[in-house]
Write a protein that binds this ligand. Structure first.
Ligand code: GLN
Length: 278
């Protein structure tokens, strides 16, 4: 579609082809107007530059690109996160693991977020709990760059490490202190799962979504390595797919953990499983 220069904000909004929320977001992005200004300045005409910019943004969205990548940010846990195609877009479901971690982390506790991506879990926890000592790792340097900016922008003190799961922690005993809590939202979609070819997931980094195997391989690595890095009684909390809770509980029980349990997200799906080091 071609947005008309000179048309009013209101007429443009009505002519856009996306759903009303996305129309508003892209119009704000193209004009620099806030949502309130879209209403108070509804008769203001679009400049040629704004019309061209909006045409380009709408074309990207119609081609399927996620709205969060187009505008470069997403809200999570009440905080603003920068995102780009090096990181998974934070999901509302993931607020569950943040709440569970915050409720279990002792005062001044050390926490580790494995596969931090945009930094969503680590930054939300560190922002909420200034007393906590939060470490976040990721194998992707590009993801860590985004996560560092998110920690800075949100005033969250997080120590970042480039590490392939426990690799850097195991290699450097200094970096590998033990933690009161380990949390992770690892890649858990099985190779070939049809969801990988649908919607936003087509544009997200494959390494953040799938383990290129049965969906449980990253979860197995984290469960196997966590006992070396947890304090006695420390918690391991894992986000997983809608049909993986029983399998993850079985892995935790076989790994010698106690208090093995799962928690449901707002949609009623068992989304996080966890346990304590015996
Ligand atoms: N929750 C994401 C989805 O199903 C997947 C995230 C992940 O693999 N960690 O869209």
């Amino acid at each position: 579609m071609n947005v008309q220069a000179g048309a009013s904000v209101q007429a443009t909004l009505l002519a856009l082809p996306l759903d009303p929320l996305e129309n508003r977001i892209l119009l704000c992005e193209a004009t620099g107007l806030s949502r309130v200004q879209l209403i108070t300045q509804s008769e203001r005409p679009l400049s040629a530059t704004e019309a061209a910019r909006l045409t380009a943004l709408v074309a990207r969205r119609l081609a399927g690109e996620p709205i969060a990548y187009i505008v470069g940010r997403r809200e999570f846990f009440g905080l603003d996160f920068e995102v780009n195609d090096a990181v998974l877009i934070p999901r509302p479901d993931t607020e569950l693991i943040v709440e569970l971690a915050l409720a279990r982390l002792p005062p001044q506790g050390r926490m580790l977020d494995m596969g931090t991506g945009s930094g969503a879990i680590a930054v939300a926890c560190a922002h909420t709990r200034a007393d906590a000592h939060v470490t976040a790792l990721d194998v992707s340097e590009a993801a860590l760059a985004v996560a560092r900016r998110n920690a800075d922008a949100n005033g969250a003190a997080v120590r970042f490490l480039r590490s392939d799961w426990f690799g850097a922690l195991d290699a450097d005993p200094e970096a590998g202190d033990t933690f009161a809590l380990i949390a992770s939202n690892p890649p858990y979609i099985a190779a070939g799962d049809e969801h990988l070819a649908q919607g936003d997931l087509r544009f997200e980094p494959a390494g953040a979504l799938t383990d290129h195997a049965d969906g449980l391989s990253a979860l197995r690595i984290i469960i196997a390595g966590s006992p070396r890095h947890l304090e006695p009684g420390g918690w391991l909390l894992l986000e997983h797919g809608y049909d993986q809770a029983a399998a993850v509980r079985a892995l935790l029980a076989a790994g010698g953990f106690k208090d093995v349990q799962s928690w449901r997200d707002l949609a009623g799906i068992e989304r996080v499983s966890g346990a304590r080091l015996a």
